[in-house]
Design a protein around this ligand. Structure first.
Ligand code: GLU
Length: 363
């Protein structure tokens, strides 16, 4: 199982005003146990601004954006330093990946981030992701790490997103004001009734609150990934959740990841197209097979790698739509050629398929 774990500031501080070192060790032990059981873990962490506060001595509250960016720029490297030290106790290497909203919007950057993430996981390195606060001003920020973790879950095509926080989960009412409130163990759909339970922001140290957690749950479950919001102080929370134990609130996925991906492909605007020969058109139309460069005889660009393109049959009719692994300029060079020649022609390869069958929707 591939799991994205999001740690909020309130979890990392364990109720104090500083990064709580023993808590970090506990969390890393949990991550290490889950990995040892054969699972992949991607970590999304907050705490950069807090670590900057620790270093410089002024709190982030009521600061200008520039001052907060300073805090995060100072804090991010200290945060990573701590993670690296703690991970070393368990023999783990860590990698830092800093993302902004633009990295999710821009297709090439998205694919590049995904490649780096995959390389980390293949090598057994623990990727640790945060928003690149130092360069992200309000228009280009994701804004909070709950939402960021949902984007990362999509990027990583995760099987589970675990958001650990300082609350036991989603309650029927705010437990601070309603002592009779009870925990909701399962949310089948994020409906307006669920949104109504969100209340305001949580603790003052992080950005989140239940609102951003429900937002994250909505984004991830819509793309086919279930989400659990669980208490960060529960021992071995990640190991237990990955093992299927009920803890916190579980938001059920909305259809499969593949279905979500196909819905998304159909919703894209596709100005570019490729024209297929008879054999390739039949293979795609009848069997939903991948499209190889050999089956393409004409490329109508321009389009980038990762863009949606229309796959046209010999009569010009659209047989399918899919995400291309090559930009139009490269595809034009390898069209009609055998996949084994791709590397010789281009000097590199993004794989044998022009459009992989998982990225293809038949019409
Ligand atoms: N990126 C921020 C930090 O590392 C946290 C944002 C959030 O808590 O949602 O401090």
């Amino acid at each position: 199982m591939r799991v994205v774990l999001k740690l909020g500031t309130s979890v990392l501080t364990a109720g104090s005003d500083r990064l709580h070192r023993p808590r970090l060790v506990e969390l890393m032990r949990d991550i290490s146990a889950v990995r040892a059981a054969g699972h992949e873990v991607v970590l999304v962490t907050s705490g950069a601004v807090l670590a900057g506060w620790e270093a410089l001595g002024f709190p982030p509250r009521d600061r200008t954006l520039a001052e907060k960016q300073l805090l995060s720029a100072v804090g991010q490297s200290r945060l990573m330093h701590l993670y690296a030290l703690v991970a070393e106790l368990y023999g783990l290497d860590v990698a830092q990946i800093l993302l902004t909203a633009a990295d999710f919007r821009h297709r090439t950057r998205y694919l590049n981030a995904r490649t780096t993430l995959d390389s980390c996981l293949r090598r057994g390195v623990l990727p640790i992701i945060n928003e690149n606060d130092a360069v992200a001003t309000s228009e280009i920020r994701v804004g909070d790490n709950d939402t960021l973790s949902a984007f990362v879950a999509n990027l990583a095509e995760a099987d589970l997103l675990v958001i650990l926080t300082d609350a036991p989960g989603l309650y029927t009412a705010d437990p601070r004001t309603h002592p009779d409130a009870t925990l909701i163990p399962v949310v089948e759909r994020v409906t307006p009734d669920v949104w109504a339970l969100a209340g305001g922001a949580g603790s003052h140290r992080g950005t989140g609150g239940m609102h951003t957690k429900i937002q994250a749950a909505e984004i991830a479950t819509r793309a086919g990934t279930p989400v659990v919001v669980a208490p960060g102080d529960a021992p071995e929370a990640l190991r237990r959740l990955v093992a299927g134990e009920a803890l916190g609130t579980r938001f059920l996925e909305n259809g499969t990841r593949l279905e979500a991906r196909k819905r998304w492909i159909l919703a894209e605007i596709a100005p570019g197209s490729v024209e297929l020969d008879e054999g390739a058109a039949r293979a795609v139309r009848e069997r939903g097979g991948s499209l190889l460069p050999a089956g393409i005889h004409r490329v109508n660009g321009p389009f980038e790698r990762g863009h949606t393109v229309r796959l046209l049959g010999p009569g010009g009719q659209e047989v399918a739509r899919g995400l291309t692994r090559y930009p139009s300029s490269d595809l034009a060079l390898i069209a009609g050629r055998h996949s084994r020649d791709i590397e010789a022609v281009l000097g590199f390869t993004h794989g044998p398929e022009a459009v992989h069958r998982d990225d293809l929707v038949r019409l």
